[in-house]
Design a protein around this ligand. Structure first.
Ligand code: FNR
Length: 381
């Protein structure tokens, strides 16, 4: 096997090990995928300042996110159907994050339930909430997250409707995943994945289906979302959610200065500058492009996190330099999971940590508290 040196290597391996419909589900953006691509390519436009002959010993990447100590400022983002990249995917990723010392965020749209994840971890994880039309179901989800000891609720604000991902439609991806003869062929070509799936009984949206009313079976992902998710969700509901939860709240999906100001007014603990990994509003700016002005507007009032397009430790450092207190990775850990299970998630985190450490040193810094805009190079042309 060729050595795994960067996130792209994990992606290549995942492509070979995960059935096409699930690999495509992770590796897709909405419509033209322009925003998905911009998330990655805009990072490459930012250049770093190389500094020399600075004492680079005794470095640390440790910091905090919403007051929680983290080994580096990189949390695992909430991702739906994680358990389809690898059997028991959410549990494996949570264990890898715990062992590594970074937060794990469990998506509402998970294959493993909140209780499944709580049963294999000691470190409190974060729970991501989608607000459904059925508010009793939402209340119940919040209660389950509290009972499981989750230390933050991440309210995703940018998915009242689903941005269409053409690949999912072409692949006939349904909720819950329904197997067509074409899918069975794709799976037969991935025997390792199949073998792991056969060993687990967590293959469906148990935690969603067990509680949501009126779930119609085997609808397309778009139709299922339209039926379940509340299109009326508004800023007024944030107060209700805050009251039900009573703990730390992170609002995810703010890409606009005005929305960031509204989020800060709700008294939330943090916002995530995010465009859902380019899976919702195609044509929106990349997250990294919007980060500096959002930090300028609200960074003094609320912790600002970001996600979208991070593929290396250099990217994380750029986000921190532009004012993010923390970041999240989605696809990089999914590729790791699909490639090598729990070990692959650890590998993704380790790759990013090492890259970040060396990059920070070569920028002449020894700790994140000293990393600011001064490490970004001016455009010389
Ligand atoms: C996501 N994302 C997401 N966000 C969320 O709040 N709830 C969810 O269930 C999901 N599901 C999901 C599935 C998949 C396959 C992907 C790739 C993404 C968005 C996610 O939390 C995060 O914002 C992006 O993944 C960040 O971009 P990168 O790191 O994937 O480029």
């Amino acid at each position: 096997m060729k050595p795994i040196l960067e996130i792209a290597d994990l992606k290549d391996l995942a492509r070979r090990r995960v059935p096409k419909l699930f690999f495509d589900y992770a590796d897709s953006g909405s419509y033209t995928e322009g925003t998905y691509r911009a998330n990655e390519s805009d990072f490459a436009r930012i250049k770093l300042r190389q500094r020399v002959l600075v004492d680079m010993s005794d470095r640390t990447l440790e910091t905090t996110m919403i007051g929680e100590k983290v080994r580096m400022p990189v949390a695992l983002a909430p991702t739906g159907l994680t358990g389809m990249q690898h059997a028991d995917g959410e549990m494996l990723a949570a264990k890898a994050a715990e062992e590594f010392g970074v937060p794990f965020t469990l998506s509402t749209m998970s294959i493993c339930s909140i209780e499944d994840v709580a049963s294999v971890t000691k470190r409190p994880f974060w729970f991501q909430l989608y607000v459904m039309r059925d508010r009793e179901f939402v209340k119940n989800l919040i209660e389950r997250a509290r009972a499981a000891g989750c230390s933050a609720l991440v309210l995703t604000a940018d998915l009242q409707l689903l941005g269409q991902r053409h690949k999912d439609i072409r692949n006939n991806l349904s909720a819950p995943p329904k197997l067509t003869p074409k899918h069975l062929c794709q799976m037969a070509m991935r025997p390792r994945w199949c073998w792991n799936m056969l060993k687990t009984d967590r293959r469906t949206f148990r935690n969603i289906q067990g509680h949501a009313k009126n779930v119609s079976d085997l609808a397309s992902l778009g139709a299922w979302t339209a039926e379940q998710f509340d299109p009326k969700l508004s800023w007024k509901d944030v107060e209700w959610i805050k009251k039900q939860w009573g703990g730390k709240l992170i609002i995810k999906g703010t890409l606009d200065v005005e929305d960031a100001k509204m989020a800060a007014r709700t008294g939330a603990d943090a916002i995530v500058v995010s465009n859902h990994g380019g899976r919702q509003l195609d044509g929106a700016h990349s997250s990294i492009a919007m980060l500096p002005r959002i930090v300028d507007a609200v960074g003094h009032r609320i912790e600002v996190h970001m996600d979208g397009g991070i593929r290396s430790g250099q990217d994380v450092l750029k986000a921190i330099a532009l004012g993010a207190k923390g970041t999240y990775i989605g696809r990089p850990f999914l590729y790791g999971l699909g490639a090598m299970g729990e070990q692959g998630v650890t590998k993704a985190l380790e790759i990013i940590r090492k890259e970040m450490d060396v990059t920070m040193a070569l920028c002449g810094k020894r700790q994140l508290a000293d990393v600011d805009k001064s490490i970004i190079a001016e455009n010389p042309f």
